[in-house]
Design a protein around this ligand. Sequence first.
Ligand SMILES: [Zn+2]
Ligand SMILES: [Zn+2]
Ligand SMILES: [Zn+2]
Ligand SMILES: [Zn+2]
Ligand SMILES: [Zn+2]
Ligand SMILES: [Zn+2]
Length: 294
Amino acid sequence: MRKKIIIPLLLAAALALVLAACGEPKNNAPVEHKHDYVGSITKEPTCAEEGIKTFTCYGCGDSYTEVVPKSDDHVFESKITREPSCSESGERTYTCRNCGYSYTEAIAATGNHMFEYFETRDPTCMEAGARIYKCLNCDETQEDPIPATGVHDFRAEVTRKATCVECGEITYTCSMCGSMFTELTPATDRHLYESKVTKEPGCEEKGEMTFTCSMCGDSYTEEIDELGHNWSSWQTTREATEEEEGETARHCTICGKIETQPIPKLPPSEKPDPEPGDGTEPAPGGEPAPGGGN
Ligand SMILES: [Zn+2]
Ligand SMILES: [Zn+2]
Ligand SMILES: [Zn+2]
Ligand SMILES: [Zn+2]
Ligand SMILES: [Zn+2]
Ligand SMILES: [Zn+2]
């Protein structure tokens, strides 16, 4: 109830003050009016439109306006313009409902990969393998290690042949990691014999071949068969007569050995000699002359 009374009183007081300010009558002379403007926003500025401030003189009612610059008070609405993935960031765009001004903000990648089994890298003797998983949405991979087998794949190679005097050597090399070790093999009883004729064979004499191991000197001999004579053809060296055997001979062209054979006496001529023989051979028991009985 009180307020209703007080407000008109205050207004009256204010008016009196204004009138006093606008100019107090002085000696009844015409008073020069001095405006006293009071400004108030008559149109709020927004981000899209400038506002208006109106200045009014209460004394005379004169007024003018001033532009109030646009405000920065945007009214943003936001929207996800790119969804983030496991590995790539997304984007949220803010746009002012009033003026269209917009800016974007990154949305962090989710990091939520969707791993699925991809392939297996087999372990070797020395290197661990792995089961590899790959994200369905990006190239990110994850590995589940498989320990190295420790089992080498050794291949043997003879790197030195054993002889009668020297051990041999076998080198084992792992085909996967190259690890190697060697193993000695015992000397063999296999000699490396070289042969040499140590006695030439003759026509009737055996020769000798000696085999000597070039590594250890071990040796043994073998016979070489005799060559046999190289005979000339038979040649009569003495003609046979009725009284005496002849002789035929041949010789070896190599060793000079001579072989002879008798040629039987000639048969007696049809006119036999009345004298019996030559007297040295009394015919025993009246046997006929020996002749060609071989
Ligand atoms: Zn005025
Ligand atoms: Zn705006
Ligand atoms: Zn991913
Ligand atoms: Zn290996
Ligand atoms: Zn030997
Ligand atoms: Zn001979």
